[in-house]
Design a protein around this ligand. Structure first.
Ligand code: NG6
Ligand code: CA
Length: 518
């Protein structure tokens, strides 16, 4: 009996020990688990377009919750004042001015990123991540001549994304279809798609030949093929069943992003959720129409904010909110009239999309590239406002560090601590780009070389920053770049030119004034 008792005791202890061992193991694994990473990237959202960055006429509670619960950067930059170059830098960690083709691409452009190149998703894949892109791509597809009726490649899958559900270029460019892992979604093989950016297909209506078919009027550009009453850039024929419904695009991408999270939550994932708002054409779902009192541009910002709230709910419901690092930002600064009459100018009222900065989309002035930039990680990042200079180009090196590797890319800097709110030190300097022009941010200063061309781009109503003389601003004291100190502060000017020259590989001190890289 006694022996039995002892035996019982021993086995119980052994069992107990064994149990606690496995428990320990589990905790260890849990601790070592790499966080999910989500980049929520808006299109043309300005520094002042959301209430957490000072907007008073628009309320964006869901984005604000990220800003107030995470690090809100006041000196956060996109790499360029237009979409393609910014996205190129975000995904490759390479400055867009190193690639002469990194400019706004047509819907038929070949893939801009080399399949040999380092990318953010490739690096994360090596670290054991599942990777996906949902939303706007605009980095080219294929190798030159694309047959949209077959699998289009190379594309996102070939540069590091396991899963890709995208629109090829922009909402205002053909082809107006969704593409899943290279295949046009819902394509009827009997109604093949043809796309051209050179000439129309015989007999197909355009905004010029059939203006009565348009429900949205074009202001400049945007007068080629008409899809859903909206005239686009580029010509497209066929593919009727596959065409997207513009007003449902936001819900559509949200559903894809939510579904991805739900079906991939067991292991770490990287999701690049590239939303289409508030780029033109602004097509809010009927439930958001009129909600902002500011016309479609304001309405789609509210729509985007709602989608982000729903997406965050999903992370919470799936139990992964506390293991997910979120980066929120925009690809470039704001524009009101980008080619359609849609009341953006007329109904703006007191709203200032630029948030007090000078310029806007396409501009080498601050509003072109300084954008909302937030990092959020519930329980891990303490709420803070940071003045550190950070750029989207730094996500690659910083996430490499986060996930346990030193792998990096040419221009990406590891500023993980800053992104996690544990340091106030950002970059010393940064080269910004706008339609082929570059400028330097270093410390509190901005240096802009002399550039040819007009400063004021009338059609879009934006100052792009071209002047026949050099410009130097202290953007800490002079946020809206009103006082050019190039003449009054020659020492600073010379210091800036030297730094800039080194970074750009150009000797600006020897009287070279104007260097546009394309
Ligand atoms: C411009 C378009 C503009 C917008 C932009 C790309 C015209 C006249 N303008 O060429 O509407 O589509 O390209 O925007 O066609 S971006 O955010 O993707 O860079
Ligand atoms: Ca954009």
């Amino acid at each position: 009996m006694r022996i039995f008792k002892i035996f019982f005791l021993v086995t119980t202890i052994a069992l107990f020990n064994c149990k606690s061992e496995t428990k320990k193991e589990e905790v260890k694994v849990e601790e070592a688990k790499k966080p999910n990473i989500v980049v929520i990237y808006l299109d043309d959202l300005g520094y002042g377009d959301i209430s957490s960055y000072g907007a008073t006429e628009l309320q964006t509670p869901n984005i604000d919750a990220l800003a107030s619960g995470g690090v809100k950067f006041t000196n956060g930059y996109a790499s360029s004042a237009t979409c393609t170059p910014s996205r190129y830098a975000l995904l490759t960690g390479v400055y867009p001015w190193r690639n002469k083709d990194a400019k706004i691409l047509p819907g038929t452009a070949p893939l801009l990123i080399s399949t040999e190149q380092q990318t953010l998703p490739k690096m994360l894949k090596k670290q054991g991540y599942q990777t996906a892109v949902v939303g706007k791509w605009h980095l080219g597809l294929g190798t030159g001549i694309v047959n949209w009726n077959e699998r289009v490649s190379p594309g996102p899958n070939e540069v590091g994304f396991d899963d890709a559900y995208i629109m090829a270029a922009t909402q205002d460019r053909v082809p107006t279809v969704y593409i899943k892992d290279g295949n046009v979604v819902g394509l009827d093989k009997n109604d093949p798609i043809e796309v051209s950016y050179k000439e129309n297909f015989k007999g197909e209506p355009t905004a010029i030949t059939n203006p009565e078919m348009t429900t949205m009027k074009w202001h400049h550009g945007h007068n080629n093929s008409i899809v859903n009453g909206i005239p686009r850039i580029g010509f497209m024929k066929g593919g009727d069943a596959a065409k997207w419904t513009d007003t449902e695009m936001a819900d559509h991408f949200l559903a894809k992003a939510q579904n991805y999270v739900k079906t991939h939550k067991e292991n770490p994932f990287f999701l690049y959720y590239a939303m289409q708002q508030p780029h033109v054409p602004r097509t809010p779902h009927p439930r958001f129409v009129g909600k902002s009192g500011m016309g479609p541009r304001g309405d789609v910002i509210l729509e985007a904010d709602y989608m982000i709230g729903e997406f965050m709910k999903t992370l919470k419901e799936e139990g992964i909110l506390e293991n997910t690092l979120i980066v929120f930002s925009s690809d470039n600064g704001p524009v009101l009239n980008d080619g359609y009459y849609d009341d953006a100018v007329e109904k703006l009222g007191k709203h200032d999309p630029k948030g007090g900065l000078r310029g806007g989309k396409y501009s080498i002035f601050e509003a072109g590239t300084r954008v909302p930039f937030i990092t959020y990680w519930k329980g891990k990042i303490q709420p803070a406002v940071s003045d550190a200079i950070v750029s989207q180009i730094d996500l690659l090196a910083s996430f490499a560090n986060l996930t346990g590797t030193a792998e990096t890319a040419t221009d990406s800097k590891d500023i993980l601590k800053t992104f996690l709110g544990k340091s106030d030190i950002g970059r010393d300097n940064l080269v910004i780009e706008a339609t082929g022009k570059t400028a330097l941010r270093s410390g509190d200063w901005i240096y802009i070389p002399a550039y040819k061309g007009k400063n004021f781009r009338e059609k879009v109503g934006i100052e792009v920053g071209n002047f026949p003389h050099e410009q130097l601003y202290n953007v800490k004291e002079d946020k809206s770049q009103q006082n050019n100190l190039a003449v009054s502060n020659p020492e600073k000017l010379s210091e800036m030119k030297q730094i800039f020259g080194k970074l750009r590989g150009i000797d600006y001190t020897r009287g070279v004034k104007e260097v546009q890289f394309r």
